[in-house]
Write a protein that binds this ligand. Structure first.
Ligand SMILES: [Zn+2]
Length: 350
């Protein structure tokens, strides 16, 4: 009988979590040995009887003979106390299990953290496609302004700023010169980016507006009409998935992208308003089924920086200083969005 008990104790000392869960409550281990398995460090002050176990960025504080552990920012874990035998610090197996559970929760939370891994900036039109054209005045006052030139200048500026801010993110530009990538090619650039779990890409298309009403002016930001149902889930990636589940997954992703697109749109509108709100009219957030936005499997917005058909606005849009301000506003809006989603995702909209 004694021998069998001894064998059982040996198994428990080798730390089987399931054995511990089955009620091997008397077993104790050396804190240092447990910490080594966790790749954690231990600090202990025998004078005060206090110490901590640090695993990665996760800290658990303990007090000798005290059956409550303080984890992270003040979470209390109730478990049998750590004891100081004089020769070593002893931790009960059920305490090991309780702390492991907390560390595992922290790992899971970290793994689910959302990050914007890539940002695709798309200056509209280009090459053979001038986009909207504005022509005014004559002689010395003559002005001819092409949407493709305005949006390229702004797009390159936004792209450069984002690259310097986040060298570790993939910042992409659909065109860097007077060329015309097809709409499919632009969207594919974004959809081809390989993303990890919980990584996302955002898509910002930049355009300038035109209207038969020459007095129309101002800037606005568009996002996808939430009524529109896209095939968001890639059917190749979904191989082996129950066909009945696909529409549900689609709807869930759709919902998510819409929320993010609306917030991205609001952030950019806010950034542009801060930058040029005193010079141009805020036309607000709009929803539409733009081709480039519709086919992008990612949160997407389209910024209209102003009307080239309005003379006063066209003259501003031909001023590099005004374009710099617009780029500044779009950049700040993107930064606000990324910072919010990477740090406060899951806590609800602001
Ligand atoms: Zn356009």
């Amino acid at each position: 009988m004694r021998k069998r008990t001894g064998a059982l104790a040996t198994i428990i000392l080798a730390l089987s979590v399931s054995a511990a869960a089955q009620g091997a409550s008397a077993a104790t281990r050396d804190v240092m040995a447990v910490a080594a398995e966790w790749k954690a460090s231990v600090a202990y002050d025998p004078l005060t009887g206090t110490g901590h176990i640090l695993r990665g960025g996760d800290l658990v504080r303990f007090k000798r003979d005290y059956p409550v552990f303080s984890a992270g920012a003040g979470i209390a874990i109730r478990a049998p106390a750590i004891r100081d035998s004089g020769a070593r610090l002893e931790i009960r197996v059920e305490t090991v299990v309780a702390l492991e559970r907390w560390f595992a929760e922290r790992d899971a939370e970290r793994a689910s953290r959302f990050s914007i891994a890539a940002i695709l900036i798309d200056p509209g039109h280009g090459g053979k496609d001038s986009g909207a054209i504005g022509e005014f005045g004559s002689g010395k006052d003559r002005l001819r302004i092409l949407e493709k030139d305005v949006v390229l200048a702004i797009g390159k500026d936004v792209y450069g700023r984002l690259q310097s801010r986040w060298p570790d993110k993939r910042i992409l530009l659909t065109r860097s010169g007077d060329t015309y990538p097809s709409l499919d090619a632009r969207v594919d650039m974004g959809n081809d980016v390989q993303l990890g779990i919980n990584e996302a890409i955002i898509y910002v298309s930049i355009h300038a507006n035109a209207s038969f009403n020459k007095s129309a002016s101002g800037y606005e930001v568009w996002y996808l009409n939430p009524e529109y149902r896209r095939t968001v889930v890639d059917s190749k990636k979904a191989e082996g998935v129950d066909k009945h589940v696909l529409p549900i997954l689609n709807a869930m992703l759709e919902e998510e992208y819409t929320t993010e697109s609306v917030f991205l749109a609001k952030s950019i509108l806010g950034g542009v308003t801060k930058s040029i709100g005193d010079l141009s009219i805020d036309r607000g957030i709009r929803e539409e089924e733009w081709f480039v936005v519709r086919n992008a499997k990612m949160p997407s917005v389209l910024v209209e920086v102003g009307f080239v058909t309005n003379e006063a606005e066209a003259r501003m849009l031909s001023d590099p200083e005004h374009l710099r301000k617009l780029a500044d506003g779009i950049y700040n809006g993107v930064v606000d969005f990324v910072d919010y989603f990477e740090h406060r995702k899951g806590t609800g909209a602001p």
